[in-house]
Design a protein around this ligand. Structure first.
Ligand code: PMP
Length: 370
């Protein structure tokens, strides 16, 4: 049998979102308020050692900053080159080999590829089913269960009581590794982070790519019991966070001015304003706990809307036939002047009849996504 291509890699492809340049990019949920001044200053102060020497093995300064900011013990923290990397390491760390990653979907588009990359099958349970019974996520003995909370792309958050039931049913250290992805929890009211070190077989993941404005530096982390954190560290390997990234991340987390908190507050206010502006236009956006909003559009029209908005220099992320939702557009929340430009583009494409107008049936179509 040939070594390349590896047979179980056949369904895998390169990640290829539409990254053509546009005047206003609202497609990837990064921080459009910019980057924290403290992180920029730390990068500008870099010396040549930071480029010529290897970084720290397991990002101890970053772990210290996470410990100080969130109060979680040092040995419960693992870090990585973005939270993608933490997820990837965790997907490798859990045993036995093969088996399934069971997840509530629609969700983060990298979950299926990450499962395949690690020789596992990805099995999607529709959010509407998973919410009715968290046990459906535990059926057929998965190795890993993944829940994104708040969820991408819906922006909604599964209730805490539901999560408690899932944790109760999962079986602790005898059960699967339960991953709760909190990439967007900075924009939500609630988090599991502080409790994670005390809950067996739970890993909570976070990123500095969103609220902390450091997507270009690729920094993420996870919090779990010391046993789980150590296994994930082993599978991650050394030198994963670059010296400059670690410096920038530490500065952002320790920032006395707390740029992140200030911009989170602005983002939440802009999100609520955008929600109302969309409703005024007859759209039925989903209530969001994140820095983006999912807007259902008439079925079969997500790509048409996307292309029409692009003619006005605005990029959003189209989701054709999104399970439980139907066709939809995901729009990143940005400073209000940018959202005004987005709304102007939206009004223009509607006025010109370039897209099918929203119908009253839109709201009824959405079935309780997570
Ligand atoms: N989880 C979710 C739900 C995401 O949306 C993203 C990025 N889009 C990530 C994880 C990965 O973030 P990063 O690798 O930049 O930390």
């Amino acid at each position: 049998m040939s070594r390349f291509p590896r047979p179980d890699y056949q369904p895998l492809d390169l990640y290829a979102p539409d990254r053509r340049l546009v005047a206003l990019d609202l497609s990837d949920n990064t921080n459009l308020w910019g980057a924290p001044g403290a992180a920029l200053a730390a990068v500008q102060a870099a010396d040549s050692d930071m480029l010529t020497r290897y970084p720290s093995l397991y990002a101890d300064d970053l772990k210290n900053a996470i410990h100080q900011r969130y109060g979680v013990p040092l040995d419960s923290i693992t870090t990585g080159c973005g939270s993608d990397d933490v997820l990837d390491s965790a997907f490798r760390a859990a045993g036995p080999e093969g088996g399934t990653v069971r997840f509530a979907g629609p969700t983060f588009s990298m979950i299926e590829p990450l499962a395949l990359m690690n020789g596992r099958q990805a099995v999607e349970v529709p959010w509407s089913r998973a919410l009715q019974s968290p046990r459906t996520l535990l059926e057929e003995d998965p190795v890993i269960v993944y829940v994104c909370r708040p969820n991408n792309p819906t922006g909604t958050s599964a209730p805490r009581s539901w999560l408690d039931k899932l944790l109760g049913a999962a079986g602790g250290s005898r059960g699967p590794l339960l991953i709760v992805d909190e990439a967007y929890a900075d924009f939500a009211a609630e988090t599991l982070l502080a409790e994670a070190p005390g809950i067996p077989n739970l890993l909570v993941t976070r990123t500095l790519s969103k609220a902390f404005g450091l997507a270009g530096f690729r920094v993420g982390f996870g919090v779990a019991t010391p046993e789980v954190a150590r296994e994930v560290e082993k599978s991650r390997g050394p030198f994963k966070v670059s010296s400059l990234s670690e410096k920038a991340a530490v500065a952002a987390l320790q920032d006395e001015d707390d740029w992140a908190m200030r911009t989170i507050a602005e983002c939440v206010a802009a999100r609520e304003r955008l929600f109302l502006a969309l409703k005024e236009r007859g759209l039925e956006p989903l209530r969001s706990c994140t820095n983006f909003i999912l807007i259902p559009v008439p079925d079969g029209s997500a790509r048409t809307w996307n292309d029409a908005l692009r003619t006005y220099g605005v990029a959003v992320r189209p989701f054709p036939a999104c399970p439980d939702v139907g066709d939809a557009l995901r729009v990143t929340v940005a400073p209000w002047p940018m959202l005004e430009r987005f709304l102007e583009a939206l009004d223009s494409v509607l006025a010109e009849g370039q897209v099918p107008a929203p119908e009253a049936a839109l709201a009824a179509r959405v079935r309780n996504p997570g």
